[in-house]
Design a protein around this ligand. Structure first.
Ligand code: BTN
Length: 254
């Protein structure tokens, strides 16, 4: 397959018609020694994965890609890259949808348009014996021409939102260019700047939300995201920090 995609260095593209999962392929490449900046892009996935072990339906027409990074940082710092990537994804969506559309970030790593999910990120990593991240795969799924109709959380696509750019190649280029700039910000001034940008478009900030933590559901007011990327909820007047879980909003409150 020849695809005219121009990615800025150090990104190098591996483009595939079909693959089980671009995250899985990126992991295989990482374990084989592939370089920092390898981008795996596939037109379709036969076993696309979402967070929390879910399936990410991946028909042709939407964007599925994974960035292989070797940031050489502590695992806790790698989490920060997920928020940076969500900011970049939100910027990329904003550049394409009509200016009036409300593009927000849902904790931890989703992008919404008018409260409906348009994109999600799946981060996977492996550490070396020294405890530092050996490789980090940032997998991105963006609904471009279609979206699932029967999911727990309402979804949308760029096409549905009247976007002016539906060419996968161009969207991938824009994202990768912005991602490089995002990495520079993340390195310095650091996560504080990433966090501020994320909070500016955090979905439901100051509003009630529920987080599903396995069998348990916690409901509170979404007060903040802290300097470690944890969700800060006020539950019965006390702050509670949540590092993993699935967030649901009261549709009448946000
Ligand atoms: C989520 O919102 O649950 C995360 C979805 C991540 C999907 C992308 S598509 C490209 C990459 N390969 C995968 O198998 N998953 C991620």
């Amino acid at each position: 397959m020849t695809v005219p995609v121009k990615l800025p260095p150090p990104f190098t593209l591996v483009s595939l018609d079909s693959v089980d999962s671009t995250n899985e392929e990126a992991r295989r490449l990482a374990e084989g020694g592939a370089a920092d900046g390898t981008v795996v892009w596939a037109l379709e996935q036969t076993a696309g994965r979402g967070r929390r072990g879910r399936t990410w339906h991946s028909p042709k027409g939407n964007l599925y890609f994974s960035l292989l990074l070797r940031p050489g940082c502590e695992p806790s710092k790698a989490v920060e890259i997920g928020f940076m990537a969500a900011n970049i994804l939100a910027d990329t969506v904003m550049a394409s949808v009509p200016a009036a559309a409300r593009v927000t970030c849902k904790w931890p790593n989703d992008v919404l348009v008018e409260g409906r999910k348009i994109a999600g990120l799946l981060l996977e990593s492996e550490s070396s014996d020294d405890g530092l991240v050996d490789w980090l795969v940032v997998g991105t799924g963006l609904n471009v021409i279609s979206h699932p109709k029967d999911c727990r959380f309402p979804a949308t696509s760029l096409k549905e939102e009247g976007a002016n750019e539906l060419a996968l190649e161009r969207i991938l280029e824009t994202y990768c260019q912005r991602f490089l700039a995002g990495l520079v910000t993340w390195r310095r001034p650091g996560f504080a700047a990433v966090r501020r940008a994320w909070l500016r478009r955090a979905h439901g900030l100051g509003k009630p939300l529920s987080v599903r933590l396995g069998e348990q559901t916690v409901t509170g007011i979404f007060k903040d995201m802290d300097g470690d990327g944890a969700l800060v909820l006020v539950v019965d007047g006390r702050e509670r920090r949540i590092t993993a879980g699935e967030v649901f909003f009261d549709p009448f409150a946000v």
